[in-house]
Ligand binder design. Sequence first.
Ligand SMILES: NC(=O)c1ccc[n+]([C@@H]2O[C@H](COP(=O)([O-])OP(=O)(O)OC[C@H]3O[C@@H](n4cnc5c(N)ncnc54)[C@H](O)[C@@H]3O)[C@@H](O)[C@H]2O)c1
Length: 252
Amino acid sequence: MNRPQRTAIVTGAARGIGRAVALRLAADGMSVAVLDLEETACQVVVKEIEAAGGRALAVAADVSGESAVEQATQRVAAELGAPTVLVNNAGVLRDNLLFKMSVQDWDTVMDVHLKGAFLLARATQQYMIGEGWGRIVNLSSSSALGNRGQSNYAAAKAGLQGFTKTLALELGRFGVTANAVAPGFIETDMTAATAARMGVPFDDFTRAVVAQIPVGRAGQPQDIAATISFLAGEDSGFVSGQVIYVAGGPRN
Ligand SMILES: NC(=O)c1ccc[n+]([C@@H]2O[C@H](COP(=O)([O-])OP(=O)(O)OC[C@H]3O[C@@H](n4cnc5c(N)ncnc54)[C@H](O)[C@@H]3O)[C@@H](O)[C@H]2O)c1
């Protein structure tokens, strides 16, 4: 069957889960805007996509900046095509127990995860509505269920679930779906940094976490990319407003 050429924006795509999602969507046949803070880091992923025969564009932008997001979205539309797939993946951690958490650490996490997802969704919805088709996937987390030392992150990731369901309600009539993917433990720089902050070697940290995961292994970025490939694709049009935990079991 002949499938239309779609353009996707993947935020935080220079490494980790975002990089795997960008590579996967490109392999699925989409043109992919690799959006992250540093242009040079984005370029490395663009080169990987091009080497595999795909089409991609490096876009440096801070997702929490309103004008940066508007400009980035317009550039993607002009250079790659109307962005009708959006994966809000960019994320940061600023973990601390409540009594030690600064307002700045609270705000940074809200700005990147929540405001960033809002700004990108608002900037891209016009293209999706124009095409009568769109896919929005927001990265939540099993931490949305609560996690010690992550009151900011848990609130943001739970907030993204409510945001996702509301987008599904507002945009469904235009052919646009919105879903959230909530990863459990995935081996990336982010989880390596968590282990380092706790003073535990990453291997030991991973072993301890894996002991609690029913499928008996750590998650990989490709596990998340595979789920997002479905949610961002042509065949998922009747799945909307859902949160899919991708955690190797029913809980984190
Ligand atoms: N790794 C896990 O176990 C796990 C579990 C649950 C949810 N998640 C979520 O998945 C997403 C990706 O996680 P990861 O482990 O790949 O993280 P990572 O730290 O390896 O990568 C995050 C990327 O986001 C980019 N980024 C940060 N702030 C940005 C900003 N303001 N604008 C643009 N880009 C920005 C970073 O530069 C980086 O490339 C995050 O939203 C994270 O919260 C990860």
